[in-house]
Write a protein that binds this ligand. Structure first.
Ligand code: ATP
Length: 550
C-alpha cells in the first residue's frame, strides 16, 4: 500500500534472544536461575550468556555452526539456550539417556564444532568420541561442565565451562539472525518409533512458541518454574526462552522424583511445573512421607504422551491445576491445548478429567490443526468416531529435517505437516488422539485405540503403569496384549485385569493377555512400544479356537 515501507524501524527478525536483553533491564536484580546453593540474577545471566557467546566466537564458531550439549537441567544448560544463538550458532541438545553409540551417530550427523558435557555424562561422550575417532570423524572441541568439587578427569576435555566463561569478555556484539527463518536449534526426536530425526527450529518459531507457552501455562510475570521437563526436549517446550520473557525464576534440578518435586515446590514457592504423564503418575503415587501441602496455586502443563483421566483426576484431588497440551518435536513441543471452559468447572471431577484428557484445539501461534484422511486430504466429520491423521499448519511447525529433504517433503506433502498420529474430532471442535498410526491395533477388521484400553487399565486400583500393543494372531490378525506394572504391595492376576477391562470395554478391545513387568520408557516419558511389540510377537499367536470365543 502506498506509504508503507519495510525497514529496520518496523521490521526486525523475531528472535527469543531479545527476551534476555529485556529481562536484564526490567528484572535485572531478580533471581533468574537457582541450582542448590547457586543463584544468579537476570543481569548476571545475561552477562554469563554474553561471555559464553564471546568464548564460542573466540573458538572459531561462526554463524550457522552447530554447538551440541549433553547435560541435565543445570544452569549451564539454561545459559547455552541464549549464549549459543547469541554467537549466531545453532544449539543441539542431546538426550541424556542416549548411549555412546547414539551420541556418536548424532554428533556425526550434526557435525558439532563444540560440545558441552556434564561431568556425570562424560563417560558417554568419551565412548562416543572413541567411536568417532575410529571413523576418522573430526572431534568437536570438548567443554566439561563440572561442579566445584569435581576435577577434570579426561585428556579429551579441552576446557572447563566456568574457566571458559571467566576468560571471555562480556563485551560481545550479539549476532542477531539475518532472517527470522534462520535456525536457532536442532532437536532430535525422541526415537520412540524409529531412529531420531533432526528437527530444525527457527528464531521466528522459537519466539512465537515461547510466547504461546507463557499463555497456555497461564504464566503471569515473575513465575517460579521447576524444571521437571527436560530442557533437551524441544528446548524444554520452549519455556527456556519463555521464562526470560516473564522474568521468571528457573529452579534447576538434576534428577526428578516425587520427593524432590514436593520439597522444591514448598522451598521455592513454585508456581509452575511441567511433565509427561509419567511425572504426574510419580506425583499421585508418591508415599505420604514425600508429599507436602502446596504453598499456593501450582499450574502443571502435561503432554508428550496421553494422560490417563484417572491420573488427571488424582492430580486435581491433590490441588494441582493441570493443563493438557499435545504436540511433537516438529511443532516445537506444544501444538494444541485443551482450552478449559468455565462451564466445565461445575461438572463432576471424573467428567472434568475425561474432558481434559482430550488434546483440544490448536494454540494461537498455529493456523490450524485438522484431522484428515491422509489420502484424500478431506477433513473427517466432527462425530467423535471417524479416525483420521492429525495435521498441522502454521508458524510453529519446524523448518524441516536436517540433511533429509525427502523426509521433509514427505512430512509436508499436501501443504500440511503430517503427524503420524490418529485422532477424532468432537462436535465442539476439540480433537482426541486415538493412537499413533504405528501403534493402533487392528483386530478382526476393527480398529482398537490402545489409548482407550490403557485409560481403563489405569483406572484399576492396583495398576501403576500400563501399555497395550498388538499381538499377532492367526485368526484375528492382532489381539490386544497388555503390559502392566502393579503398584508396590499390590497383587492382581491376569484374569482379574482382563475381567476388569471386559466389564468396561467391548470384548474385542479387552486385552487377551496380560504380562506383568517394568515398562521400557524414553527419557521424555514415552513407553517404547516397539520393544513391547517384539515381546508380544515372541509370545506367538493365541490358539485359534480360543480366539474364536471373542
Ligand atoms: N498430549 C498428548 N497425548 C497423546 N500423545 C501425545 C501427547 N503429546 C505428545 N504425544 C505423542 O508424542 C509424539 C511426539 O513425540 P516426540 O516428538 O517427542 O518424538 P517421537 O515421535 O516419540 O519420536 P520418533 O518420531 O523419533 O519416534 C506425538 O506424535 C504423540 O504420539
Amino acid at each position: 500500500m502506498e506509504g508503507s515501507i519495510r525497514c529496520s524501524a518496523n521490521y526486525v527478525p523475531l528472535s527469543p534472544i531479545g527476551f534476555l536483553e529485556r529481562a536484564a533491564v526490567v528484572y535485572g536484580d531478580r533471581t533468574s536461575v537457582v541450582y542448590g546453593s547457586v543463584a544468579f540474577t537476570w543481569r548476571e545471566t545475561r552477562e554469563r550468556c554474553l561471555r559464553l557467546a564471546s568464548a564460542l566466537a573466540g573458538l572459531g564458531v561462526s554463524r550457522g555452526d552447530v554447538v551440541a550439549v549433553l547435560a541435565p537441567n543445570i544452569p549451564a544448560m539454561y545459559e547455552l539456550h541464549f549464549g549459543v544463538p547469541m554467537a549466531g550458532a545453532i544449539l543441539c541438545t542431546l538426550n541424556t539417556r542416549h548411549d555412546s553409540a547414539m551420541v556418536s551417530l548424532l554428533l556425526k550427523h550434526c557435525e558439532a564444532k563444540v560440545m558441552f558435557v556434564d561431568y556425570q555424562l562424560l563417560e558417554v561422550v568419551q565412548g562416543a568420541f572413541k567411536l568417532l575417532s575410529v571413523e576418522k570423524v573430526k572431534l568437536p572441541f570438548l567443554v566439561h561442565i563440572s561442579e566445584p568439587t569435581r576435577s577434570v578427569p579426561s585428556p579429551l576435555v579441552n576446557t572447563e565451562y566456568e574457566s571458559l566463561l571467566m576468560t571471555a569478555s562480556p563485551q560481545f556484539e550479539i549476532r542477531w539472525p539475518i532472517d527470522e527463518f534462520d535456525p536457532i536449534s536442532l532437536n532430535y526426536t525422541s526415537g520412540t518409533t524409529s531412529r531420531p530425526k533432526g528437527v530444525i527450529y527457527s528464531h521466528r518459531g522459537a519466539y512465537l512458541n515461547s510466547l504461546v507457552t507463557i499463555l497456555i501455562n497461564d504464566m503471569h510475570i515473575l513465575p517460579v518454574f521447576l524444571w521437571t521437563v527436560p530442557m533437551f526436549h524441544c528446548n524444554g517446550w520452549c519455556l527456556t526462552w519463555g521464562l526470560a520473557a516473564q522474568g521468571g525464576t528457573n529452579i534447576c534440578i538434576r534428577n526428578v522424583s516425587a520427593k524432590i518435586i514436593f520439597d522444591s515446590i514448598s522451598l521455592h514457592k513454585v508456581t509452575h511445573i511441567g511433565g509427561a504423564p509419567t511425572v504426574l503418575n510419580m506425583i499421585v503415587n508418591a508415599p505420604d512421607t514425600d508429599q507436602k501441602p502446596l504453598p499456593g496455586r501450582v499450574n502443571v502443563m502435561t503432554g508428550a504422551a496421553p494422560p490417563p483421566p484417572k491420573v488427571l483426576f488424582k492430580m486435581e484431588e491433590l490441588g494441582f491445576h493441570v493443563m493438557h497440551s499435545y504436540g511433537l518435536t516438529e511443532t516445537y513441543g506444544p501444538g494444541t491445548i485443551c482450552t478449559w471452559k468455565p462451564e466445565w468447572d461445575s461438572l463432576p471431577a471424573e467428567d472434568r478429567a475425561r474432558i481434559k484428557s482430550r488434546q483440544g484445539v490448536h494454540h494461537l501461534a498455529l493456523e490450524d490443526v485438522d484431522i484428515k484422511d491422509p489420502v484424500t486430504m478431506k477433513s473427517v466429520p466432527p462425530d467423535a468416531k471417524t479416525i483420521g491423521e492429525v495435521m498441522f499448519r502454521g508458524n510453529t511447525v519446524m523448518n524441516g529435517y536436517y540433511k533429509d529433504i525427502n523426509a521433509t517433503k514427505e512430512a509436508f506433502a499436501g501443504g500440511w505437516f503430517r503427524s503420524g498420529d490418529l485422532a477424532v474430532r468432537h462436535a465442539d471442535g476439540y480433537i482426541q488422539l486415538k493412537d499413533r498410526s504405528k501403534d493402533i491395533i487392528i483386530s478382526g477388521g476393527e480398529n482398537i485405540s490402545t489409548i482407550e484400553v490403557e485409560s481403563v487399565l489405569f483406572s484399576h486400583p492396583a495398576v501403576l503403569e500400563a501399555a497395550v500393543v498388538g499381538r499377532p494372531d492367526e485368526h484375528w490378525g492382532e489381539t490386544p496384549c497388555a503390559f502392566v506394572k502393579l503398584k508396590e504391595g499390590s497383587c492382581c492376576s491376569a484374569e482379574e485385569i482382563i475381567k476388569f477391562c471386559r466389564d468396561r470395554l467391548p470384548h474385542y478391545m479387552a486385552p487377551r493377555a496380560v504380562v506383568f513387568e517394568d515398562l521400557p520408557k524414553t527419557s521424555t516419558g514415552k513407553i517404547q512400544k516397539f520393544i513391547l511389540r517384539e515381546k508380544a510377537k515372541a509370545m506367538g499367536s493365541l490358539l485359534r479356537n480360543s480366539g474364536s470365543k471373542l
